[in-house]
Write a protein that binds this ligand. Structure first.
Ligand SMILES: NC(=O)c1ccc[n+]([C@@H]2O[C@H](COP(=O)([O-])OP(=O)(O)OC[C@H]3O[C@@H](n4cnc5c(N)ncnc54)[C@H](OP(=O)(O)O)[C@@H]3O)[C@@H](O)[C@H]2O)c1
Length: 229
């Protein structure tokens, strides 16, 4: 049986690369965590991890948020999105925009409707040359950012925290249990471009800090990007 703790945090995309580390950091900070994803599966490699047993792993689509479930949460964390791939058709553009924009916007609007007072959104630090509406990843992230700003503007008791890393490095475990060490692959170039790389542990710690601390995030939308994470 999972003990009820505070704050109660719902994490959309909690079974992904960043989501797993964020959920671990949240549990370590004393939060109660429900991880939602479209498949609802608990990652296989967490079978033996004690902290993974403290998380509820459930099905839930950010683009169709469950308002009744969100009513039980103090904080909604949205980590859904897709890699920043170029798109060569209208269909591919719309899919990329939906994953990075519409799904997050719907989750934030759902949180608002459910009376949640704090949302944490994972955006991305996108290089200037790629900041164009024709780049669906950027356009999607911009629309999610606007939604996070609107969420925080509702009242003094609402807040949103948007975390924008460049590339996130660390240990990514695939569905078959094999690990990819992104920090090894990037260790050669990251010293040259330190602001473009953030470790997954740092991103996870920032998410946990934002979820479990009221100050200094109260009453506004806080954007934390690159090396400030
Ligand atoms: N990794 C990086 O270097 C990096 C850098 C900057 C920003 N970001 C952003 O950080 C976010 C997470 O990245 P990541 O690398 O952790 O991605 P990831 O490993 O693909 O994880 C994303 C998770 O979200 C779930 N998901 C996708 N759409 C969903 C939806 N509509 N509702 C509920 N769950 C959904 C997926 O699980 P299901 O398939 O089971 O639903 C997946 O496990 C993305 O927005 C990405 O753009 C990543």
């Amino acid at each position: 049986m999972i003990e009820e703790k505070s704050p109660k945090v719902i994490v959309y995309g909690g079974n992904g690369f960043i989501g797993i580390h964020a959920s671990n950091a949240l549990i370590t900070s004393g939060a109660s965590v429900v991880c939602l994803s479209r498949t609802g599966h608990k990652p296989l490699h967490l079978k033996e991890e004690n902290w993974g047993k403290d998380v509820r792993w459930c099905k839930g689509d950010a683009s169709k948020p469950n308002i009744e479930l969100l009513k039980t949460a103090d904080v909604m964390v949205c980590l859904v999105g897709s890699p920043p791939l170029p798109t060569f058709s209208r269909k591919a553009y719309d899919k990329q925009f939906f994953a990075n924009g519409t799904a997050c916007v719907n989750a934030i609007e759902g949180a608002s409707q459910a009376g949640v007072k704090k949302v944490i959104l994972l955006g991305a630090k996108i290089p200037g040359v790629m900041q164009s509406k024709s780049f669906a990843y950027f356009a999607g992230k911009q629309s999610a950012l606007r939604s996070a700003k609107e969420f925080a503007s509702q009242s003094e008791s609402h807040s949103s925290i948007v975390i924008q890393p460049g590339m996130v490095t660390g240990r990514r475990v695939l569905d078959n249990g094999k690990a990819i060490r992104l920090d090894w692959m990037t260790s050669m170039i990251s010293p040259l471009l330190p602001s473009q790389f953030t470790s997954v542990e740092r991103v996870a710690q920032r998410i946990a800090h934002a979820a479990t601390n009221i100050q200094p995030y109260a009453g506004r939308c806080t954007v934390i990007a690159g090396r400030d994470i």
